[in-house]
Design a protein around this ligand. Structure first.
Ligand code: ADP
Ligand code: MG
Length: 243
């Protein structure tokens, strides 16, 4: 089966600062890739280039067989195929939880109201938040909000889910419920690329760990190898800060 996502020698700079320096990455269907690396190493920028929030300077990005770095690509079409959740501020504050989810379904998939409502209800049940359907986001805990944001991101059945430190803004006691949801999606076969500082989670759930260092992939491999026997000194130094 062909890769869901392929980055070919992707370069991105802000001014004279090269933030991504020749990124090569291929993600297979159902694969869970954890992006780790120090703050500023380029994790968010990498994810943002895939979602076409940042234009790249060089290289190519393929979503399946579509070159999405090509200037004439249909941005809406690409974004409809990719689910994204950031660290915070994911939900529309003025809409109920239910409407946050149905909005995407109605606009991206052109579902009728009844159909979108039924789908949203089923999703909220799945993430254990059926009783919050009519609440506004500010009535939910941070963990619940992120679960809704993830539910919304997968509501449209994306081919790829990008998660950018989705637990970093949460109180420690709320991290587990969000990671459990990600774990369930991974078990269901969702293809996921996630930037994370949750090393134990990455070790447990990721198929592959990619260590980003100053805009380069310094090493990449199965969690047991990257965490257990890192090849590079810089990986070892980075990981030492988390243990
Ligand atoms: P990470 O997510 O790994 O912390 P980022 O991708 O957010 O790293 O940032 C990588 C580098 O790019 C940092 O030095 C950051 O300051 C810089 N950067 C990110 N976005 C911008 C921007 N819009 N303008 C200028 N510099 C940016
Ligand atoms: Mg970041």
């Amino acid at each position: 089966m062909s890769a869901v996502l392929r980055l070919e020698d992707v370069w991105k700079s802000f001014g004279d600062h090269d933030v991504l320096r020749g990124i090569r990455l291929e993600v297979s269907p159902g694969e869970v890739v954890a992006l780790i690396g120090a703050s500023g190493s380029g994790k968010s920028t990498l994810l943002r280039t895939v979602n076409l929030l940042e234009p790249i300077d060089d290289g190519r990005i393929w979503l399946r067989d579509v070159d999405i770095s090509e200037p004439r690509v249909d941005v809406d079409d690409v974004r409809a195929r990719i689910g994204v959740v950031f660290q915070q501020y994911n939900l529309f504050p003025h809409l109920t939880v239910q409407r946050n989810i149905t909005l995407a379904l109605r606009h991206v998939h052109r579902m009728k109201k009844g159909e979108a409502d039924a789908a949203a209800t089923a999703l909220l049940e799945r993430v254990g938040l059926a009783d919050k359907a009519d609440a506004h986001p500010d009535r939910l805990s941070g963990g619940q909000q992120q679960r809704v944001a993830i539910a919304r991101a997968v509501a449209t059945s994306p081919e790829l889910l990008l998660l950018d430190e989705v637990t970093s803004a949460l109180d420690p006691e709320l991290v587990g419920e969000v990671l459990d949801l990600v774990r369930n999606l991974a078990a269901d076969g969702m293809t996921i690329v996630m930037a994370t500082h949750e090393m134990a989670f990455a070790r447990d759930v990721a198929d592959r760990v990619v260590f980003l260092d100053e805009g380069r992939i310094l090493e990449s491999g199965p969690p047991a190898q990257v965490f257990g026997a890192p090849r590079e000194d810089r990986t070892r130094e980075f990981l030492a800060r988390f243990t």
